[in-house]
Design a protein around this ligand. Structure first.
Ligand SMILES: C[S@@+](CC[C@H](N)C(=O)[O-])C[C@H]1O[C@@H](n2cnc3c(N)ncnc32)[C@H](O)[C@@H]1O
Length: 321
């Protein structure tokens, strides 16, 4: 990669050329200066690798949304991060998530097209701009992607913006992916990201409730991606069973979930990492590896530490293995 000396809000120095990332940092410095510290925390973990991943995601964003897409997504990211912080403060006060039922969340959130658009593009950026989520991205790339063959058949449950599955397809030239999400905005955005990444002919997205996926052919997937859905359901155990249903024996899944981390659409309050592990085991999934990550900074004297957990699991052949 060619290098150049660039001066941006994130700091100066000689490093790989990252015009889109520089533009994002400059825009955030100007429009959302309070968010800049977090961005620098994410980048400082492994500047070169971070830059490669971020530039790729931003390239797809610009191809999908045009040049102004970076600023709009940065606005959505700042709004989303603020909403999450407010929800966490309320959770600290009340000791429980604000919403209890899927119906409430669907009515107020998933069915609101405009809100979902900003929400999904905001989350797209959190994948690498929140330092602890960037750690989960490297787990996905190093531990999950490397286990799959180049022609793997993938299923993505609740792709949202589609970034995870599209990233996998970009690495596996013969792989195909079917994605299922309840939100029409997700289907539209995920399609646009797949097209932007040049993998649109290998990705199909369908509007469907994840809990109905037992209708999809059993044991048909080599790999399954299900990121940040388990905490959005009233009965997440059922979802792990769906994932197990979809996977071939020996197939692997990347699952992530939020623990004691409030958000407008979080319903199921996981408190311990072992709860996710147990739900996997109950569904016939062997837990191979886990990563529990938390933000660099949390509320002073917080009762709840917001965490994001990633699990790499494998479909077992029988009760034991
Ligand atoms: C927090 S986003 C996660 C997006 C993406 N997977 C990620 O990790 O960034 C949650 C996604 O779950 C979808 N969703 C919520 N309930 C669902 C359900 N019952 N079936 C399918 N998708 C659902 C939402 O529409 C949204 O796209």
């Amino acid at each position: 990669m060619p290098t150049t000396t660039t001066k941006t809000a994130g700091g100066a120095g000689s490093r790989a050329k990252t015009p889109l990332l520089d533009r994002l940092f400059d825009y955030v410095a100007e429009a959302h200066p309070r968010s800049l510290r977090g961005l620098n925390e994410a980048r400082s973990q492994d500047a070169q690798r971070f830059a490669g991943i971020a530039e790729l995601y931003l390239d797809w964003l610009v191809k999908a949304r045009g040049e102004e897409g970076i600023d709009a997504a940065a606005d959505a990211f700042a709004q989303f991060s603020t909403d999450v912080n407010l929800a966490q403060a309320r959770y600290e006060r009340d000791g429980a998530y604000a919403n209890k039922t899927f119906a409430e969340v669907y009515k107020d959130h998933y069915s609101d097209a405009e809100a979902m658009d900003g929400y999904l593009w905001g989350i797209y950026l959190t994948n690498f701009l929140w330092a602890h989520h960037y750690q989960i991205m490297t787990f996905f790339q190093d531990r999950f992607m490397t286990r799959l063959a180049d022609d793997a058949k993938l299923v993505e449950v609740a792709p949202g913006h589609g970034g995870w599955g599209v990233w996998a397809l970009a690495h596996m030239p013969g792989a195909v992916l079917e994605g299922y999400d309840i939100s029409p905005q997700s289907i539209q955005i995920a399609n646009s990201v797949a097209e932007a990444a040049g993998v649109g002919d290998r990705a199909t997205y369908v509007e469907k409730d994840a809990l109905d996926l037992e209708q999809v052919e059993a044991e048909s997937a080599d790999g399954c991606i299900c990121s940040f859905l388990v905490e959005h359901l009233e009965d997440p155990q059922h979802l792990y069973k769906v994932i197990s249903h979809l996977l071939k024996t020996g197939g692997v899944a990347f699952i992530t979930g939020a623990l004691t981390a409030a958000q407008v659409d979080h319903i199921y309050e996981y408190r311990y990492e072992s709860e996710l592990v147990k739900m996997c085991e109950n569904a016939g999934l062997r837990v191979l590896e886990t990563l529990s990550a938390n933000p660099y900074r949390t509320l002073p004297k917080a009762k709840f530490m917001p965490r994001s957990m990633a699990l790499l699991v494998q479909k077992r052949a029988n009760d034991l293995y």
